[in-house]
Every structure is written in C-alpha cells, then in structure tokens.
Design a protein around this ligand. Structure first.
Ligand SMILES: [Zn+2]
Length: 321
C-alpha cells in the first residue's frame, strides 16, 4: 500500500471541478460527505478508535458551496467512500448551530495522533483536507497587492478581489535522506541525527527544505554538509510522501558518504551518529502507547518516510551497501 498519507483513494476530478454546474450538483447530492477541519485538527469519534467523522450536507446547517473545498470522488472499489464526492470545510465557516452539533458528535484531534488508528485511505483523505485548509487559512491576502483574495475553482485556487492575481495551493519540497557509508571494519553504517526537543533516544534521517534554484540532488548534498559536515555523493531518489504538517512533500533519497567525521557545531541538531544494521535492530518505533522516557534508541512514528527509509535500509531493500 505504500507510505502513510500516500494512498489517495479519491479521484480529484481536476477538470470537472472547474465546471460550476457539475460542482453544484455534487455539492447538493445526498451521498456527498463533508470533512470538517478546525484549527488544523480533524473530527474523530469520542471513543479511542478515532474513527474519522464525515458529515452529510443535511447535518451541516446552511452550508455554502463557496466556503467548501472539493476533495474528490471515491473510486467504486473503495468501500468507505463509495462513488460519492467529498468536500472539506473549515469549522469557522459553519453556523453556530452546526458548530454546536459537531462538538456533540466527536472530538478534535491532530491527524498524526489519530493516524495509527486510521485506514491508509482515511489517512490520505484527512491529509489532503488538512493541507488545503491550511493553505486557505494562511493565504487570505494577495501576495502581490495585499488585498483580500477569495477561493475559486472549488477551493483549488484563490483570486485577488482587487488585482485578480491568482495563487494556487503550495507544497514545500523537502529532501530527506538515508546517508550510508562502508567503514574500514567492513560494516556499513547509516547517519542519523536528533533534535533537542525530541523524546530521549529518538533518531531520524537528516532532512531539509529545497532552496529556490536548487535541484533535489544538490539539496541532499548541501543539507547533509550543513547539518553534519559529512560529504555525500550519488543521491538516489527512492520515494515521496505528502506531509501536510504543515505543507510539505517529503522526497526520500539515499546517498553515499565520502567522509565520516561528524561536526554538528554549525547547525541546531542535538546529536548525530553512525549506526550499523545491528544497532538499528535494537531500535524500536515510537508508538502512542510507548511513552516511557527511557533512553532506548527509537525511530520516529511509523507514519513517517524517515522510519520507512531506516527500516528499508536495515532490511537491505535500499542503498548501495
Ligand atoms: Zn492583488
């Protein structure tokens, strides 16, 4: 099934959603479902199963099509979405009566908290809704003239009410890389770092945003050098993952180090080390239930591409060594 958040079951209907007649008919259809986002959080059932709550239009009092964002239409094979269309709407856009109703139906949770309980399909739908909602909430004004912009094209663009400048949902590319090296003792090791704010013992692959005018491969080489002073070559693309926390796509790479001395003094990471496969076998993945503060080494939660890259390298599925 691939990575978490990367299993979109919905057809985005990119061409149809610009057709107002078609969009209105989908909006008014009795089977259409609405996903509500409140301050970046999604609505889940009150119990600990965190079942995502999708609502019908009838459950949302006086909903306006202009305040909704079209997500897509479910493929017939996907049971949870049938062939119905799905929209997302921001909680603030709802009438008070609907808001009160929603609070009785469920609880607001950060997506990553609920993810371990979600199907891969629901996780992908929620990620899309969260990403689009975030973009709208942070792009209310025209970047060119500063006047108010309004949502157009079913929520997939915004147009300035004054100068007509169009803007589109942005996704910030970030590279994330599993750096490996074959040491003189014949043992291959990978380079993992941690930030001071993370739970004790947690390590992750290095990552960073792509600069303007830079290739992804250049970003891999630069980021590793900036963070650790380790020199790498031959970045190889592996896979990608939508990461709406808040607005990225993570581009996973492997790279081979040509130097091994680590210097973190020029960056803000807390620690960085080389780890062999044997050492990685003692790592365990962080889960919601595992909150002890012991210094057992661990990798981040299973929903991230970082844990995917580390596990795949440990199992010799990726990398040169
Ligand atoms: Zn403008």
């Amino acid at each position: 099934m691939g990575l978490t958040y990367a299993n979109m079951p919905l057809d985005r209907c990119s061409n149809q959603r610009k057709n107002k007649r078609w969009l209105t008919s989908e909006f008014n259809h009795q089977d259409t479902l609405f996903c509500v986002i409140n301050d970046g959080m999604s609505l889940f059932s009150h119990d600990n199963n965190f079942t995502p709550i999708y609502l019908s239009k009838a459950q949302l009092d006086s909903l306006s099509i202009n305040s909704c964002i079209y997500l897509g239409k479910g493929a017939e094979s996907v049971e949870s979405t049938s062939v119905r269309s799905m929209f997302t709407v921001n909680f603030e856009k709802l009438r008070f009566s609907s808001q009160e109703q929603l609070l009785k139906l469920g609880q607001w949770k950060n997506l990553r908290e609920a993810t371990p309980n979600l199907t891969v399909l629901d996780a992908s739908i929620q990620a899309l809704a969260k990403a689009l909602d975030y973009w709208h909430s942070t792009h209310q004004y025209c970047g060119k003239c500063g006047n108010v912009s309004s949502s157009v094209e079913a929520g997939h663009a915004r147009r300035c009410t004054e100068c007509r400048n169009m803007s589109f949902p942005r996704t910030d590319p970030a590279v994330i890389m599993l750096v490996e090296h074959m040491f003189p003792d014949g043992i291959a090791r990978c380079l993992l770092g941690r930030q001071a704010t993370w739970k004790a013992g947690m390590y992750s692959t290095l990552a960073g945003f792509v600069d303007p005018g830079e290739t992804l491969e250049e970003a891999v080489i630069r980021e590793v050098s900036e963070e650790t002073a380790v020199v790498v070559e031959n970045p190889q693309y592996i896979t990608s993952q939508p990461w709406p926390f808040p607005a990225s796509v993570m581009l996973g790479f492997t790279a081979v180090a040509t130097s091994t001395i680590i210097d973190i003094s020029q960056d803000d990471i807390d620690d960085c080390q080389w780890f062999s496969r044997e050492q990685l076998a003692d790592f365990y993945a962080e889960t919601k239930t595992n909150n002890d503060e012991t210094t057992q080494y661990r990798i981040g939660s299973g929903d991230s591409i970082s844990s995917y890259l580390i596990t795949a390298w440990k199992n010799k599925e990726i990398g040169q060594y």
